[in-house]
Design a protein around this ligand. Structure first.
Ligand SMILES: COCCCN1C=C(N)c2cc(S(N)(=O)=O)sc2S1(=O)=O
Ligand SMILES: [Zn+2]
Length: 267
């Protein structure tokens, strides 16, 4: 089957053809209608806590859909908030748009941000690995961070510096200078949480989403670097009808929240 992507030919509106779950009722991303959010004392009573091991950020790869930093899950943990049990960090990646007026996957009261960072965790209390966890409704948790244009982000700069060596699909390189995921999170830890899905095929409905309220800054130059990635392999001609195969946009438009509950913690 033609590989899914973000162009008119293989983009989000075509995914349900090959990935029927993409047409489900627990899909992500969604628009966060802040008036709908209910604050929940049980969330306030169990603060979200995480521990990451910067030395465990191993490789960065051009997946053809964006960049992804794969992490050795050992030593990491995410607990508390809406979560039962312990979740371990598997990878982190980003979504962006062709210009900085769009690019985030979640929107807030209809407002898009320039990009969105996702830290993907899997339920190590119940499952053996991320792949298995992705098949269960409580298998995954993704911490989402909204990115807005502003100052250069020093931690993300370590990713940007590696982009030239993964310019084409399938290319990967060692992450030599440890990247600390904790340094990419906002200062205030208020968040919204709801039950959703992977925002990429197969769109498994297995994600507890935790989206921080406070955006983090990234510079226009850093966003431009993201858009310099190519969605095809070196030596192959460009399959996508995108501007010479540049990955200028890799976000999924929002899906209806439907009857799902949207909870918030912190102001
Ligand atoms: C059955 O699993 C197949 C592999 C899915 N994975 C790959 C992604 N690109 C990915 C993206 C994710 S996102 N955009 O929802 O955070 S989570 C996730 S993932 O679970 O780590
Ligand atoms: Zn993502």
């Amino acid at each position: 089957a033609a590989e899914w992507g973000y162009t008119k030919r293989n983009g989000p509106f075509t995914w349900a053809k090959n990935y029927p779950t993409a047409a489900g009722i627990r899909q992500s991303p969604v628009d966060i209608d802040t008036a709908l959010a209910t604050s929940d004392s049980s969330l306030e009573s169990k603060p979200l806590r995480w521990k990451y091991v910067p030395q465990n950020t191993r490789t960065i790869v051009n997946s053809g859909h964006g960049w992804r930093v794969d992490v050795d899950s050992e030593g990491s943990e995410l607990v508390g908030g809406p979560l039962e049990g312990t979740y371990k960090l598997q990878q982190f990646h980003c979504h962006w748009g062709s210009s900085s007026d769009k690019g985030s996957e979640h929107t807030v009261d209809g407002q898009s941000y320039a990009a969105e960072l996702h830290l993907v965790h899997w339920n190590s209390s119940k499952y053996a690995d991320c792949g298995e966890a992705a098949d269960y409704p409580d298998g995954l948790t993704v911490l989402g961070v909204l990115l807005k244009v502003g100052a250069k982000n020093p931690e993300l700069q370590k990713v940007i510096d590696l982009i030239p060596s993964i310019s084409h699909r399938g290319e990967k390189t060692e992450v030599k200078e440890a990247i600390d995921p904790a340094k990419m999170l906002p200062k205030t830890l208020s968040y919204w949480t709801y039950l959703g899905s992977l925002t990429v095929p197969p769109c498994n409905e297995s994600v507890t989403w935790i989206l921080f309220k406070e955006p983090v800054e990234v510079s226009e130059e850093q966003l431009a670097a993201f858009r310099s990635l190519r969605c095809y392999k070196r030596g192959e001609e460009c399959p996508c009808d995108e501007v010479d195969g540049l990955l200028i946009s890799n976000y999924r438009p929002t899906l209806p929240l439907g009857t799902r509950e949207l909870r918030e913690c912190g102001s």
